[in-house]
Ligand binder design. Structure first.
Ligand SMILES: [Zn+2]
Ligand SMILES: [Zn+2]
Length: 332
């Protein structure tokens, strides 16, 4: 099969990835072999290729938003059939026995494994996935539009849950990329009033088109106090800005893996009246299933730009340079 591998992590200009021929992987007893139909290109893939994330598997195949067709079953798999369309996401295995796994917080499992980082992912013609971690996918979406739901969508959904938005509440969204534009649609479908705060004019237009009540600059003030807010922009200086925009009892959830330093907070100005800051770490399978079930009931608009598998390096370079409109997706 044709597959990309990360040969020498470094800036995209140094060509850290190469396209090679490899044998089709063998699924382990509890795994599925899938033929990749589409694979989303996520910023985390860029962190893997450029070496911002430490190397966990030399020569790893990146990609963790995989839409595939089941091609073969491991010997112990009973719950899937050849020909099923399934999704493969970032969280790939958890230990199942640690204190976090046992209390339903498998996103915090210290022994978890990840697609496209600790194990090979979907920038390839075939990939494997533990059967218990493969998602059933909603009908009514193309392969290309499903791919970004598997990371951007699921993480945005978890961030929205972590923000504890009350029914019919007022939500602020700071930064409006792939994950945010999906989370906004979930909140709007649930009856929220959404205010978007982002520096990009095009993103502000998209926000209003999707039904946001207002869209203004990232460091601006929303037109009314917020019951909850989600910070998608990786910008720590927006933490006090978001906290000041909260109403009493409001929650600010920080969605990203990376955030620049948070400035000193004032207890009175930013936290008193039971305002809270929460981080968001990966997701559980339950989050993934809940989000995909939601997507099945409420058609989401997913903005994508297709690339051929051969052009994965170009897709990542475009992402690094902010040249991608919507989510980049490899269509295999
Ligand atoms: Zn565990
Ligand atoms: Zn991702």
């Amino acid at each position: 099969m044709r597959t990309w591998e990360v040969r020498a992590p470094g800036p995209m200009a140094t060509q850290p990835m190469v396209l090679v021929d490899r044998a089709v992987p063998e699924p382990a007893a509890d795994e599925l072999l899938v033929r990749v139909l589409a694979c989303g290109v996520c910023r985390t893939d860029l962190h893997v290729a450029e070496g911002d994330l430490p190397v966990r598997r030399p020569g790893v195949v990146p990609g963790h938003e995989v839409v595939g067709r089941v091609e073969a079953l491991g010997a112990a798999v009973t719950a899937h059939e050849v020909g099923d369309r399934v999704g493969v996401a970032w969280l790939r295995r958890t230990c199942g026995v640690c204190r976090y796994c046992r209390r339903g917080a498998e996103n915090l499992c210290p022994d978890s494994r990840y697609t496209g980082w600790t194990d090979d992912g979907g920038y390839a013609e075939y990939a494997t996935v533990p059967a218990d971690f493969a998602y059933a996918l909603p009908l009514g979406y193309s392969d290309e539009s499903l791919a970004p739901l598997l990371c951007a969508g699921i993480i945005g959904y978890r961030a929205l849950e972590r923000a504890s938005l009350p029914p019919g509440g007022r939500l602020g969204i700071y930064g409006f990329g792939g994950s945010a534009h999906l989370a906004a649609q979930v909140a709007l479908a649930r009856g929220a009033t959404v205010h978007v705060l982002t520096r990009s004019e095009a993103a502000r237009r998209l926000a209003l088109e999707l039904g946001a009540a207002s869209a203004g600059p990232a460091d601006g003030r929303p037109p009314e106090p917020l019951d909850a807010a989600i910070l998608f922009a990786p910008v720590g200086t927006l933490v006090p800005v978001g906290l000041e925009a909260l109403d009493r009892g409001g929650v600010l959830a920080i969605a990203g893996i990376h955030l620049s330093d948070v400035p000193v907070l004032s207890y009175e100005r930013h936290l008193f009246y039971e305002r809270e800051v929460r981080s968001v770490t990966s997701n559980t399978r339950e989050d993934g299933r809940a989000f995909l079930a939601f997507a099945a009931e409420h058609p989401l608009r997913v903005h994508t730009t297709p690339y051929a598998l051969d052009a994965a390096d170009r897709a990542l370079a475009d992402l690094a340079a902010d040249r991608v409109n919507g989510a980049a997706v490899l269509v295999v």
